[in-house]
Ligand binder design. Sequence first.
Ligand code: FE2
Length: 298
Amino acid sequence: MGVVFLGIMSHAPGLTGRIGQAPAADREAVFEGFAQMRARLEVARPDLLVVVAAEHFANFFMDNMPAYALGMADRYEGPIEDEQWLRIPRTVVPGNAAASRAIIQHLIHEVDLAYCEEWKFDHGIMVPLHYLTPDYDVPIVPVNINCQQPPFTPLARAWAFGQALRRACDALPQRVALLGTGGISHWPGSTQMGRINEDFDREFLRRWTCNDRDALLAYADEEVLREAGHGGIEIRTLVAIAAAAGGGSPGELLFYHGTPAFSIGSCAAVMPVLPTGPARAFSREGGHVAVPDPEAPV
Ligand SMILES: [Fe+2]
């Protein structure tokens, strides 16, 4: 069947852990926004949810940090954090090892990636699941892009990864939802925690919803670190989903709400699932290149 849903959303731990401390209006904006996202996902009726996340030294550390990693298990546990702090009870989340293996075997022709038979989900995956599939009734394939410690995979490589992931998921018999979670601007665990750069966030979301490949890949890490903090490096997960959508297909912002109590601007956005064809083949540099139309007059 292949990909039936493409979306992105934020995943900060405050969105569950400190939800009760926010003013009611902010709380309701988040609940309503994520409820819209959940409704869109349920309409797509996925039987596999591939979550492209940026975890936070929960499973991967500097002794061995893969740029890209996929889970390959029939079950996962989460959250790895304290349950009371995150306000999400620890549970077992179903996976699908066979589907994971199929994706990996497809990806490995194009991407050097790690794969893991054990993985404890942190808030980067558990917060989105809390809002989108709170009954944990859709098997998960977790995907991680290192956004924690440089050297970071270049944005062009994250784009190429997203393209390859789309091809791999389209080859599956399942109805696949692709979800990216991360950023946008935030400064977790620093003296600037709570700061939100709403201008940066809205401009990024403009570029994302336009699916403007060149504009998305134009961000330099130095600019992101300055304007969006080290949490902004997580835009790689969101860029990968734009790439999976094929480039050029306009998306829809469901909501954006900046709330210092959550230390992030909360958001959710979706893109239509359009067919991708040979015109989006890989270039050697990782971007897509136009393939000559064999039917075109010469
Ligand atoms: Fe994060």
